[in-house]
Design a protein around this ligand. Structure first.
Ligand SMILES: [Zn+2]
Length: 425
């Protein structure tokens, strides 16, 4: 149930990353009573028509896949729209006493993380970060005694740690008020993130310890600092937290445990180091940040045209999807340097394959590179270079000969949108 990842980076910076999620079994709902921000729900004949036209594009999850790209996200994860309350607890240990103040640690992640979600969700996720305890919460045992290492499972170390956290905080915290929990560990506990990234999320874990009547089932742990001296940490070091919270909302890891890089910097679930980046349109749809009316489903045989507005800009048609089977399809979207996407060096039309049969950390998404082994267009630190020039430009065509699919970029329109043409059997 664990994955490690050896990042593709400059050799001295080689690290490993853990992405670990717990199965959702017998989940007790933890939904709070906050305002539900679900978009205007579909009602009436027009909405029904939109929904049924999209049905072939809503590829579903598969039994046996722990955490998939399928829709809908199974129950047990935190909701991802409306007001989401995040409890932040800063913890330290007798053998690793808090470095600086607990509020300094909090300030490494906020308000940046809340801002990141507001921008990425077009305002649909109102992330409320709270820290009712303003000081370090001291754990009763030394850090080493919990046996937490890269790839550690929930049992027994994390269960014990969560029990100790709940006990230490319970007098001052009502856990039932929150949708998710961020444990911001003092950076001097455990190895440097440059050597081993311990940061991890346990999501949808209905068998987690209880506090105030709710299981602490969606919990992200952030360790150390991803500060490689390249200068990006001060600006973008917080992004490990939106990545971990992505798991709390049900998103899988897009990097692969064997070091393969199938997505590059096109999604924060793939790369959360270096320059800021956004989520893919597929993830935004899955999270409820795009409406059904913003998805164009190319399920019928023949040729169809789709006009897409840049993903980073609010409003308009965002995603075309070409389903190949009940679990696989091509997603098409426009990526530009705007919003959270600051490292885009070749704006254009990104084409990627989504496969809901492939589990987290095994490559559920694969970006098609328009330019082959070009070396990419970016030299920014911690941005996978090869895929940085993946988008297709006007006049270029993606083809999948085996499936008989072609996706052409007809042109860029004056308002910045792109016209694409899909041909399928
Ligand atoms: Zn992850």
């Amino acid at each position: 149930m664990t994955q490690t990842r050896h990042r593709i980076r400059r050799p001295r910076l080689t690290g490993a990353y853990i992405g670990l999620t717990a199965l959702a079994i017998g989940v007790t709902a933890t939904a709070s009573t906050g305002i539900s921000g679900r978009g205007q729900s579909a009602a009436g004949p027009v909405a029904t028509t939109v929904e049924s036209a999209l049905a072939p594009c809503r590829i579903a999850g598969t039994m046996g896949v722990q955490m998939s790209e399928g829709m809908p996200t199974p129950p047990g994860y935190s909701r991802s729209t409306g007001e989401v309350r995040a409890l932040n607890l800063m913890i330290d240990f007798p053998d690793a006493k808090g470095e600086g103040t607990a509020l300094d640690r909090l300030a490494e992640f906020f308000p940046q993380t809340s801002d990141w979600f507001r921008t990425s969700s077009y305002g649909r996720l109102a992330y409320r970060a709270e820290a009712p305890i303003r000081t370090w919460l001291r754990m009763p045992m030394p850090f080493a005694a919990y046996g937490i290492e890269r790839g550690s499972s929930y049992e027994p170390g994390y269960r014990q740690l969560v029990e100790h956290i709940a006990k230490a905080a319970d007098a001052e915290v009502d856990f039932s008020r929150y949708d998710l929990i961020n444990i911001l560990v003092t950076p001097n506990a455990g190895p440097s993130a440059l050597d081993t990234v311990l940061s991890v999320t346990f999501s949808g874990n209905g068998e987690a310890p209880m506090a105030d009547g709710v299981p602490l089932s969606n919990t992200s742990f952030v360790y150390s600092r991803q500060d490689d001296g390249s200068g990006t940490y001060r600006e973008t070091g917080y992004r490990v937290l939106p990545h971990e919270n992505g798991h709390v909302f049900g998103l899988p890891d897009l990097y692969t445990s064997d070091g393969g890089n199938t997505v590059g910097h096109w999604d924060i679930m793939s790369e959360d180091w270096g320059a800021n980046n956004d989520l893919m349109g597929w993830h935004k749809w899955k999270l409820g940040w795009l409406d059904s009316t913003q998805i164009s489903c190319a399920s019928k045989s023949g040729t169809s045209d789709h006009v897409l507005t840049p993903l980073a800009v609010e409003g308009g048609m965002k995603l075309a999807f070409v389903p190949l089977s009940e679990s696989v399809g091509y997603a098409v979207e426009v990526r530009t340097r705007a919003g959270n996407d600051e490292a885009v060096c070749r704006p254009g039309v990104l084409v990627y394959k989504v496969d809901s049969d492939v589990d987290t950390g095994h490559g559920p998404v694969t970006v098609s590179d328009s330019s082959g082994a070009s070396g990419g267009c970016t030299r920014r630190p911690n941005v996978h270079a090869e895929l940085s020039d993946a988008p297709f430009r006007p006049g270029e065509t993606f083809t999948d000969d085996k499936a008989g699919i072609s996706i052409s970029v007809v042109g860029e329109l004056r308002d910045g949108s792109y016209q694409i043409r899909v041909t399928r059997p």
